[in-house]
Every structure is written in C-alpha cells, then in structure tokens.
Design a protein around this ligand. Sequence first.
Ligand code: SF4
Length: 318
Amino acid sequence: MRYNAYSQHLIEKFGTRVYKLPVNLGGTCPNRDGNLGWGGCIYCGAEGAGYEALPASLPVRKQLERNMAYIGKHYRAHKYIAYFQSFTNTYLPLELFEENMRVAIETPGVVGLSISTRPDCINDDYLDCLAKLASGHELEIDIELGLQTVNYHTLASVNRGHTLAEFVDAVLRTHRRGFAVCAHLILNLPGDDELDVIENAKLLSALGIQYVKLHALYVPANTRLGELYLRGEVRMIPLEEYVQRVVTFLEYLHPGVVIQRLIGRAPEENTLFCNWGTSWWKIRDMIVECMTERNSRQGCRCDYLNGKALKRFSPGRA
Ligand code: SF4
C-alpha cells in the first residue's frame, strides 16, 4: 500500500474489521444560527455535511442498534465506531453532550467514538467530560476537526467563521487529553493552489495529527457557492489536477498519519458539481495509479521536521 489506510489500521488495532455507524444528533452549527455567522460556509447544504444518517428524531441507542443490525447482517461485523457526523456535534449543552456520549459508549459493540465538530466548538469542559466518560473503557476516540485548509485567507473567503489559530488550539487541547485528532481537508477550495496543499500536509505532520480525511469540493444547489458557480465566478480545477494535488499532499504528509478517506462520497441529487461526475472509487484508483507512476509513497517528501537545515551536520538523524 502506498499510503497508510484506515481500514488496515483498524484491523491491526482491533484484530477484525470495524465499521463506522453514523449517528445524527440534529442540531445546527454556530456558523449558521447567528452565534458566529449566518448561512454557514458557502458550500454548506441543509444536511450540514452528513448524508448517510438516520433521522435525528431517533434516540442515539436506536440509531446505533438499527445500523448495527444492517451492517452486522451484511458484513458479519461485531465491532463499531459511533460516528457523530452531521453538523457540529459538540455545539450543544454540556449535559446533553455527556448523555449522548454515555449512551454511545454503553451500547454493546461500540469500541470507539468519532466526533465531528468545528475547531471553535471544542473546549476543556467538553474534553474533560469525554475523558471522564471514557475512563475505564477501552475506546478509540477521535475528534474530527473541520479545518478544510491552512490558508486563512481562503477560510475567510468561504466564510468558515474560524481561522487557523482555532484549529491549532483545538488540536493541542485534544491531544493533551490523549484523544486522537482527525483533520478534514478540502484540497480544491477556490483560491488554494499547490503551495497550500503542501502546507496543509506540513502543518498536520508538525502537529502530530493521527488521522486525515480528504474531500473534494462539491457544489450543492441553493448555496452561496452554487450561485457563484452558476455565474461562472468560481472555477473547479480539472480532475487530473485534483489527483496530482492529493498525491503531492500524501508525499509531504508524515508516513505515520492514517488516511481515513481519500475522496468523499456526496449525493449527486441537488448538486451542481460533484466529483467530476466520476465515481469515488475510480478517483481513488486514479490517485493510487498516479502514485505508482510517480513512484511515490506517503511521506516520501516529509523531510522538513525537526530542524531540516541541521541535518547536514548529523546526516543519519531522521
Ligand atoms: S461548519 Fe459544517 S455545518 Fe457549519 S456551516 Fe460549515 S459546513 Fe455547515
């Protein structure tokens, strides 16, 4: 394998296949409800970036059990990670957050939690609460932080409502509790170029992030991005260029970082542009083929940490 794949990581860690089960808490996002801003990121659709979940009206335990019944039957699975995916899963009162996490942790078969949120929606109280709940349990816990890009000018132009500093702060606090961090990135945001792609990889490596999830930008209808796209004011880079960007990103990324996803799946309905009209697995294959052509592997250009300029004086040092 030319990159460090999540499926393999889970097999090595748990000795069997482990499946992520989406849990939908409903709710909203401070970038949509007026707390930090209105309308959200320019590409945010009504679903808040979660698509495969059951209705939020179902209790957490029921959602998990229903998904387990389906996945368990079809894939003979026994171990699961409860994946709080849609919107901002820590943007709710602490007591409610605690109750949701407790229910998930106590559901038989759950061996981990993955909690998706914004970098400005995690703090010491929520992390301490999670640490208390998790103590005494053998759990794989990661906080999935939507960064999207290290370029803070781009973050402003897509109306993320946070900058790079909030991401760094959230990573440091999460790591202090011993939880893993998964960074979510979009490598083809309008305005970003190859330099940003490289800096994304370098920053995540320098911060010691455990997981990365990549997603190509898609354009939902009825969003601000949709309007710009229809007016021809944003340009989507060609698929071949996107593939090259992913490979460059992987080359600069530390080899120990686990790749949870190389390309996202988004619904084609109600989208004006989605994955170049190409299936996700075909794009994944193109990325691997490109790595083979370039004879590259994840981390093959990760030579910049720990005082690069001093390496001439101690050539054997990593
Ligand atoms: S952070 Fe996520 S849920 Fe919030 S506005 Fe942006 S895409 Fe939507």
